[in-house]
Write a protein that binds this ligand. Structure first.
Ligand code: EPZ
Length: 417
């Protein structure tokens, strides 16, 4: 397993082109199952997770052709079984459930199982399918779903906001007979991007981006060409990197309205933020001031930036309270940050961070995607040599991370393990 050796200290300065969003690309790839002839996606990042999803679609019989960051899917599915060995590798594989049910009336999808950050159940996905008339059984670790006469529009009420649940519900609803109302829907930009693509394929969706989405079912979806939205979590990660290394980064392709909550907090810590059409420039101003955050569904502070922000608070002037409300175990980065001399106390879903002038370099271990990158950020801001091991976690969600950071002054070296 490879590791990343990082010589921390230098301020990061320069320009970074933000890639397409992993968490938009994954449902969009699943939507490729629904196109009667062809769906062409542009700006699809080359990541372990997107390649896993492309592999699953191929397993289901879809003709998937990747040319750089363009992925063309055609031919539809000939198999409706998403096996455990593929789904357990990448839990977002459960997003093929809605498309398969909607177009083919059947799906057998392995339960994804948990992951480092939580049990990650899919009960809300299943209830959404049932609300559209599907018969769903759980057997042998699989979701076995049928809709012999096709799906019937209905009212889907989410008791808690679920990004993936909303995406599965939306994809199922677009080919259901009649109208569907999705209540307490997730409002993430990735949902809006999926709805925009489905509408380009001939779907009739309204209200996406709000907490109530209405869908008029159609008989089939035609070909379309869609550009994946920029990755707000990648952009937010680099914004924090600039602020915590007293740097100056211009992020190309990032959208300000997708990062309002983060940018407001970064301003509170003393960073200077300048936004223009399609770019966000972030400048540090010496040692960051401490600030509190609570993670929330969009447009609140993203849970996917919590670990990165905690790394910054470890060297802030003052104390910061960080509350994680989305996942039950998303503080896996804390023990590793403690190895670097951080002062963090965890009590349930809340971490109290007392900022230090500087951390100390150390070998640390990545555990999940966002925890991994928080360790990279901490190492970049800490003078001396740190090593982050198990960086395969990073490759799930960040394309060309070493190159993007290296071009901005970071001194890092991959060590083959
Ligand atoms: C998506 O996961 C993202 N992944 C996650 O990003 C992100 O952290 C999360 O949304 C929240 O924004 C992708 O888009 C591929 P949820 P998802 O359903 O859809 C509970 C990353 O680092 N829940 O919104 O799985 C769940 O356990 C990843 O890029 C149920 O109880 O998240 C969690 O506590 C990590 N039952 C909460 O809801 C369900 O059926 C929110 O989960 C579904 C979810």
């Amino acid at each position: 397993m490879d590791s990343l050796e990082i010589k921390g200290g230098p301020a990061l300065r320069g320009d970074i082109a933000i890639s397409g969003a992993k968490n938009a690309a994954l449902p969009l790839l699943a939507a490729g199952l629904m196109a009667t002839n062809r769906l062409v996606l542009n700006n699809v990042p080359r990541l372990a997770d997107t390649l896993s999803m492309e592999g699953l679609l191929g397993h289901l019989g879809v003709d998937v052709v990747r040319d750089g960051e363009q992925v063309t899917m055609s031919g539809g599915a000939t198999d409706f079984d998403a096996p455990y060995d593929l789904v357990s590798k990448m839990r977002a594989s459960v997003l093929v459930l809605g498309p398969l049910l909607a177009r083919y009336g059947e799906a057998r999808v392995s339960l994804p199982g948990g992951c480092a950050i939580g049990t990650r159940p899919v009960d809300l996905h299943i209830r959404a399918m049932q609300a559209l008339g599907a018969v769903v059984e759980l057997a042998d670790g699989y979701i076995q779903a049928r809709a012999r006469n096709g799906l019937q529009g209905g009212r889907i009420m989410f008791p808690m906001v679920s990004v993936g649940g909303t995406e599965n519900a939306l994809m199922a609803a677009v080919l259901a007979r009649g109208e569907t109302e999705i209540v307490n829907a997730a409002r993430e930009p990735e949902i809006t991007d999926l709805a925009n693509c489905l509408n380009a394929m001939g779907a009739k969706i309204e209200g996406h981006g709000t907490d109530t989405i209405r869908v008029q079912g159609v008989d089939e979806l035609h070909a379309a060409n869609h550009e994946v939205v920029a990755d707000r979590i990648e952009a937010g990660t680099f914004a924090i990197a600039a602020a915590m290394t007293d740097g100056d980064l211009t992020l190309h392709g990032a959208q300000e309205r997708h990062l309002d909550a983060l940018l407001a907090v970064l301003r509170d810590t003393g960073a200077t933020i300048d936004c223009a059409a399609g770019t966000i420039r972030v400048k540090g101003n010496g040692r960051p001031q401490a600030a509190d955050i609570t993670t929330d569904p969009f447009p609140g502070f993203p849970t996917d930036l919590q670990a990165q922000f905690m790394a910054m608070m470890c060297i802030a002037d003052g104390s910061s309270q960080i509350s994680e409300t989305i996942f039950e175990n998303r503080f896996m980065h804390v023990p590793e940050l403690l190895r670097m001399g951080a002062d963090i106390r965890v009590n349930g879903g809340t971490a109290m961070v007392r900022g230090r002038k500087s951390l100390t370099p150390a070998p640390v271990m990545a555990t999940d995607l966002r925890a991994s990158v928080s360790l990279v950020l901490a190492a970049l801001a800490t003078p001396g040599i740190s090593t982050v091991s198990r960086i395969y976690h990073l490759e799930r969600g960040y394309s060309d991370l070493e190159t993007k950071l290296g071009n901005c002054g970071a001194q890092l070296r991959r060590v083959k393990g």
